[in-house]
Design a protein around this ligand. Sequence first.
Ligand code: FES
Length: 106
Amino acid sequence: PKVTYVGDDGTPHTVDARTGDSVMSAAVRNGVPGILAECGGNCSCATCHVYVRPEFAELTGTPGEMEDDLLDMGVGDRRPTSRLACQIPVTEELDGLTVDVPADQP
Ligand code: FES
């Protein structure tokens, strides 16, 4: 499935993600700028923060409890569409998923 990450300057990076990746690991493996993922996907750093485009919000679901707490504590500009990319598993249904990468990670 293809996942597109749009940088704060509007530059899109589209990658071929694999089922079994997270939206974070697909970005890191492909060198997408702005996804730092300092904790390596353990839901403890919040440096993989992205904004899911509203048309995909239903497919990606809502944050879990730990993720929700971390978004509250760790993210400067939390919005209704904020997610931690390491907590979104890539699936075939998500083909075409587009997320916006914030200008700054915590
Ligand atoms: Fe650290 Fe997602 S990679 S919270």
